[in-house]
Design a protein around this ligand. Structure first.
Ligand SMILES: [Zn+2]
Length: 143
């Protein structure tokens, strides 16, 4: 298993399944779980497999940073303080994992987006937490 390296100092992932390696040569990546019984993969940590119902055979995996845009929606109204419009999407990774995310690097225009288009994960600091750490979020952008 790719043992998660120590997180980069001063940075906090916005979700527990975003790994932020301290080694500058290693890019951030999403972590998942793979069933060693049937091979099914999931985003984040899983205690059991929902395909074969095995409860003993999950192993951590490093997920691909590239995938395909499965579906998207242009969001025009959101919570106070959240800039709109933005593109909410589901990206499919080659491991068979689907990731809910935003699409970066495009205007919020359906003309810029195509189902099945290749996308790549990117990260950015979106704010500081109470301790002064950068809070790092991920999104996907067209390749
Ligand atoms: Zn399984």
């Amino acid at each position: 298993m790719p043992e998660a390296t120590a997180p980069a100092p001063g940075k906090k992932p916005i979700v527990p399944f975003l790994a932020l390696p301290s080694d500058p040569g290693e890019k951030p990546y999403l972590t998942g779980s793979r069933c060693t019984n049937c091979g099914a993969s999931y985003l984040g940590t899983r205690m059991a497999c929902s395909k074969c119902f095995s409860t003993e055979a999950m192993e951590p995996v490093k997920l691909s940073d590239r995938g395909e845009l499965h579906v998207f929606s242009i969001v025009h109204q959101s919570a106070p303080g959240v800039p709109t419009p933005y593109v909410a999407a589901i990206v499919d990774l080659p491991e068979g994992v689907s990731v809910r995310c935003n699409i970066a690097g495009v205007g919020a225009d359906p003309k810029d987006l195509k189902f099945g288009m290749p996308v790549q994960m990117v990260t950015e600091a979106i704010r500081k937490d109470r301790d002064g750490n950068d809070v790092i979020a991920f999104s996907f952008k067209p390749v």
